[in-house]
Write a protein that binds this ligand. Structure first.
Ligand SMILES: O=C[C@H](O)COP(=O)(O)O
Length: 244
């Protein structure tokens, strides 16, 4: 279902003490009831963060999951395991995993299925490199990445999926896509998702900060953000969540 969503991807950051300070500060912050705010800590801290957010409106998410249900997959974490820890969302196909773990579009689609079958909402990431954008390939890259999801998931499953458009050149660089550039891609994605697109939540990610969030969120097809660096600072993340 389409709705306002702000997701903090802590990536490989945090410690017991810093998590406690960050989450405690966030539980004191306020934003509109219509916005869902999700924290995605590293998996070893999911239990800790689950306890810290227990009496708040904050929601828990994981940064990845296995496409397999169980078995001999050393280091993997299954959908049922993260469900047991209270996760309602899971990020899949982040460009860092596509690059460093060579994750393919088809593996990412399988991970989406594993999440959906466990009742977890997958946040599937797509996005182009700087070279692909400069070569005019942005829309063909996104189209190819989305096509695999569209052909693997049923309409009902697709509508349970969140898509995050993250131009790789904007991640952690301080270079944000302009609201117009981001809107253009979101509009094309919604068109490609056809009937399902109108019911789906589409996020933008890539150097989202307190001072650019409102402009991004004012775009017709942008429903929220997948936030990296700024999600590690309570005041900044809260300001982003309050930007609707
Ligand atoms: O998952 C989050 C994105 O990679 C964006 O990261 P960033 O906000 O640090 O650019």
């Amino acid at each position: 279902m389409r709705g306002s969503l702000v997701v903090g991807n802590w990536k490989m950051n945090g410690s017991g003490a810093s998590n406690q300070a960050l989450v405690t500060a966030l539980t004191d912050c306020q934003w509109s009831d219509s916005v869902t705010v999700v924290l995605c800590p590293p998996s070893v801290y999911l239990g800790q963060v689950q306890s810290l957010i227990a009496d708040s409106s904050l929601v828990l998410g994981a940064q990845d999951l296995s496409a397999h249900a169980s078995g001999a997959y050393t280091g993997d974490i299954s959908a049922s395991m993260i469900t047991e820890l209270g996760c309602q969302y899971v990020i899949v196909g982040h460009s860092e995993r596509r690059e460093y773990q060579q994750e393919s579009d088809s593996l990412i689609a399988q991970k989406c299925l594993a999440a959906i079958n466990a009742g977890i909402t997958p946040i599937a990431c797509v996005g182009e490199t700087e070279k692909q954008r400069n070569d005019g390939e942005t829309f063909s890259v996104i189209r190819r990445q989305l096509d695999v999801l569209i052909s693997t998931l049923s309409t009902e499953q697709l509508e349970k999926t969140v898509i995050a458009y993250e131009p790789i050149w904007a991640i952690g660089t301080g270079l944000t896509a302009t609201p117009e550039q981001a809107q253009e891609v979101h509009q094309k994605m919604r068109e490609q998702l056809a009937g399902s697109g109108q019911n789906m939540t589409l996020l933008y990610g890539g150097s989202v900060k307190a001072d650019n969030a409102a402009q991004l969120f004012s775009q017709h097809d942008i429903d929220g953000a997948l936030v990296g660096g700024a999600s590690l600072v309570a005041q900044d993340f809260s300001a982003i969540a309050s930007s609707f």
